[in-house]
Ligand binder design. Structure first.
Ligand SMILES: [Fe+2]
Ligand SMILES: [Fe+2]
Length: 291
């Protein structure tokens, strides 16, 4: 049966180390009652070693009972063993996207790691040395992979999973000098051509919780260090609820969901979607994006 509301939980930058066994289970296990799908937005391991991936795999299989979708981050590439890391994590049932797409509970997901290059008028251009052109080409390749992943989805809700940010707004809070290394506006271009319900990313540990694309789609920075800093009482993931019934007015849906959801009070108290003073992350409820 089709769900009226699908709840998405998202977190990135777990940076699992080889000694982290037991660290993530307490907060990850709570996700089963609060969400229908868990997104993992890269930097899942700290140095990208198979040893770390095995530790995280045990944490995930022990704690998480709902479907998982994710992408790798730059740390998962650090040791050059990203293929092994990917295999170990996908063996847990985690759907790791790298230009791919999938559909769960009627919601479409498209994911890539993304890349660096900067934002807006400061976006790095393909000019000069071969090394510069290689960086730009890598960023363009990631954007093209995202474009084709989105083009394959026919669902009313399309959710994008990234590690690097597609917008500058959610990296604000980091030193401005490193903005070019935190994401790329080239990742935003596919988000403007294909309507998306929401975008989740990590990587900017000291960034900003929320921003929007030029076309108005919400962008959530769900880096775990950021969530821990902003919401020390947890839960250390961000939840977004998707209205799967297009003809239900959003205000009615909010009331209905508010009567049921344990975290809805915090959401109701949040007049906007910028929750600096809230004790817990607010829950945004999103309508399908218009085509
Ligand atoms: Fe990270
Ligand atoms: Fe990262």
């Amino acid at each position: 049966m089709t769900k009226e509301i699908v709840r998405i939980a998202a977190v990135g930058d777990l940076h699992c180390t080889k000694t982290a066994q037991g660290t993530y289970q307490p907060f990850l296990s709570s996700v089963n009652e609060h969400a229908d799908i868990l997104l993992l937005c890269g930097d899942l391991t700290d140095y990208g070693t198979p040893e770390e991936a095995h530790v995280l795999a045990r944490e995930l299989t022990t704690a998480v009972k709902i479907p998982m979708v994710g992408v790798l981050g730059n740390h998962d590439y650090e040791s050059g063993q990203q293929d092994d890391v990917r295999k170990i994590l996908t063996d847990t049932g985690l759907e790791l996207l790298d230009g791919g797409s999938c559909e769960i509970h009627g919601v479409g997901f498209a994911g890539v790691k993304g890349y660096i290059g900067g934002f807006g008028r400061a976006t790095l251009g393909a000019w000069g040395e071969a090394g510069i052109k290689a960086i730009v080409r890598e960023a363009l390749d990631e954007a093209l992979k995202l474009e084709s992943a989105l083009a394959r989805l026919r669902t009313q809700h399309r959710i994008v999973v990234l590690h690097y940010s597609p917008v500058q707004a959610t990296v604000v809070g980091e030193p401005e000098a490193i903005f070019p290394f935190l994401g790329s506006s080239r990742l935003e271009e596919p988000l403007l051509r294909h309507s998306v319900s929401a975008v989740f990313h990590g990587h900017a540990h000291r960034g900003t919780l929320e921003g929007r694309t030029i076309s108005g789609a919400p962008v959530y920075n769900v880096a775990l260090p950021l969530l821990r800093a902003k919401f020390p009482d947890g839960p250390f993931y961000r939840i977004v609820e998707l209205n799967m019934v297009a003809d239900v007015p959003p205000e009615n849906l909010q009331e209905a969901a508010g009567a049921q959801h344990p975290l809805a009070q915090a959401a109701a108290q949040s007049a906007t979607s910028v929750p600096q003073a809230a004790q817990q992350p607010p829950i945004d409820r999103l309508q399908p994006a218009a085509d």
